[in-house]
Design a binder for this molecule. Sequence first.
Ligand code: GLA
Length: 466
Amino acid sequence: MPVLFDRLMKLKEMFNSKFGSIPKFYVRAPGRVNIIGEHIDYCGYSVLPMAVEQDMLIAVEPVETQTLQLANTNPLYPDFSTNANNIQIDKTKPLWHNYFLCGFKGIQEHFGLSNLTGMNCLVDGNIPPSSGLSSSSALVCCAGLVTVTVLGMNLSKVELAEICAKSERYIGTEGGGMDQSISFLAEEGTAKLIEFSPLRATDVKLPSGAVFVIANSCVEMNKAATSHFNIRVMECRLAAKLLAKYKGLQWDKILRLEEVQAKLGVSLEEMLGIVEDALHPSPYSPEEVCRCLGISLQELRTQVLSPNTQNAFCGKTTIKQMLKCDTSFSVLIFKLYQRAKHVYSEAARVLQFKKICEEAPDNTVQLLGDLMNQSHVSCRDMYECSCPELDQLVDICRKFGAQGSRLTGAGWGGCTVSIVPADKLSSFLANVHEAYYQRSDRNLTFEKQSLFATKPGGGALVFLEA
Ligand code: GLA
């Protein structure tokens, strides 16, 4: 890996001029592209991502004091330092160092440690931020692995992924575990089906006749800076409870749409039928949800919603503030039918995608492309997590030869992923570049990374200084 080697050498030099010493070790954790299975991990369903080559790299030197010093090779991200045993994560601003602190704190809490020594860390990331390629989770995972390495503790990749998925929620978003799982469990040359509870990753061999191409819409979306993401998590939770109540299950214990299916022991197709019977397409008001569940608005806020989803109402950080926030609460509407439809149909598409990859019929690329196209339509119309630029980019990609194209990651901006027949790749890249990027109003800060073909990369690693 000559590029990685060069980056490590450069990082070592920069570390030396910053801290006046040589790092003891380096950690890398990759970003990811989700091929199919959007917004279903936090509902309990399997997803199908692969790691990308872009990553977070951290050079580390443990120190004798309790000071944790963080620096970034990108001058846009200011230095930060804190006491290693008094970690505060500010949920109101998703500042870069907070993602490091999430990983650090997750490991600290996992081992119940309160007397940690500090370290000097220099971070170098090349995943375009806020682009749906999971730069933030890569930083959380990298920091988690840095901390375990400094402590000399042993954790499996699965344990690390689970700890990091949980600790990223300190930032205030209720993500599922996809990003952290693939960052640790990825293997070069294969995409993975990631299943949850228990977490496991199975190889999915992608067709050799096609290439996956990532294209950045150049609309930045930081999921921790808006409430879109948490509102969707909340809507899915409410939909799960209403469906459970409708089917006579003990709804107060149910949190995820997958649990409803598991408790009923029915197929995903049957769940889609149950959604038709139990929910209506017009939006639900909080009052109607309360009526359906037989609870008060106060109970809905304090008992049904988690702290992070409560914040979605009005950006207030405490329950006390939340309860004062009546205006935002009463204007909220929940599209429970649409969200549940998306989740159950997307979960089925993931399984179909894996099956097609395994069976590899003659028209594999076309079949996979169809599923990716259906996924985009469902994200756009039922989950409402697209945006005009993503829709336009997906259309352009299809027009110039992609068999399928869809938004990837949380959406509302960020990247698309397209499946392109290998022999059409060069004309595809040239045409999409011309049609989408050669417009002066695009934010092309990461121009070189705006449109590129990608292959399944490897997972997180520690390199010791020789
Ligand atoms: C973000 C979250 C993931 C997942 C995706 C949407 O990346 O961190 O857990 O929910 O959005 O599929």
